[in-house]
Design a protein around this ligand. Sequence first.
Ligand SMILES: C[S@@+](CC[C@H](N)C(=O)[O-])C[C@H]1O[C@@H](n2cnc3c(N)ncnc32)[C@H](O)[C@@H]1O
Length: 387
Amino acid sequence: MTESAGPALKVGDRVEATTGAVAHGGHVIARVQAGPEPEDGTVVVFVRHALPGERVLIRVTDVSKRFLRGDAIEVLEASTDRVQAPCPLARPNGCGGCDFQHASLPAQRALKAAVVSEQLQRLAGLTREVEVQPVLVPGRADDGLRWRTRMQYVAMPGNAVGLRKNHSHDIVEVTDCVIASPDARVVLAGDPPARDFLSETVRDRSFDVASDGFWQVHPGAPEALVSTVLELLAPKAGERVFDLYAGVGLFSAFLAEAVGPTGTLFSVEGDRRASDFAKSNLADLRQAKVRPGRVDRVLAEMDTFADLVVLDPPREGAKKAVVAAIADLAPRAVAYVACDPAALARDLAYFAERGYQLSDLRAFDLFPMTNHVECVALLEKAGSDLR
Ligand SMILES: C[S@@+](CC[C@H](N)C(=O)[O-])C[C@H]1O[C@@H](n2cnc3c(N)ncnc32)[C@H](O)[C@@H]1O
């Protein structure tokens, strides 16, 4: 069968299909007849609200030259992984915040694991089985609900608030977001936060962070990520470490403690307010040196070397030039904390070009009910002991 160059299907059309594999971004893939004639060929539809292997009725929501988007508006044959979504807004034309409420938690984690594996294979040529681990918070159920400690709503008429629909600027009113923690810090888009900064505690340390600045949104995330980075990098006293995209110094603090007063920790962060907070958060650690500025510029100005590097870039990843600059530091190991598996996989390919291979990969379900997943990758120079 031929692949269609331009589907005859249009927004609003309905078409039945059996869904295939999960795709990055919270969809599953279906292939449908592109038009009424056999010669119209088939076209790929990225379908929300479905699971792999289901028979569904799809309403087309978006048409591009090469593919379509659609919502499963009726499930004709359901997957055994399907459950009743806990939120009534987790439906076609509802809230765009959650992608996988209609899947059991183990199934959500399996879907995310499949996406990470597929991205590693496709973008970095790496074959790897991935397991997405739950992140448990003492005293809380592992039910994927009430975990989000920061929420940004859009103000609506009256005192109502809302969240955006998927791929849209339209807002849907939300009275009780089921993934928001009851004590979540709430910011209305466009409004200045009520307080300048908050204090967060991780282990025995306190971190001040701007109220609208970056801090992990899952309450178990700081501990899960810090302990993983420390385990994978195994820092030793006296070592020289870079924490890139360091925020207010979460990894910096514990890495600086680990290398001790004979070591050195450089904390590099581009947001001025975050690096000011990092300075005060790390003030008791003489070996910790905050370097404000863009990672590419700071590294270009420092003619130096590293034993270890941790990087935790924004969604778009570090990209080729920063990866090359990290490789030029010749670290014995790099821990890459990533919130987008596609950007991670692209950067892993750049690391491979510079002789650094993936030697361990952990994945965590820090965003239950959504399609998002956090990974920590360990990279080591080819030829060193691989795990
Ligand atoms: C995902 S956050 C990680 C923060 C920190 N590692 C943590 O866990 O709290 C990414 C950080 O990178 C910073 N950032 C983004 N682009 C940057 C760049 N080009 N150079 C330096 N920092 C950057 C952002 O301000 C943000 O603080």
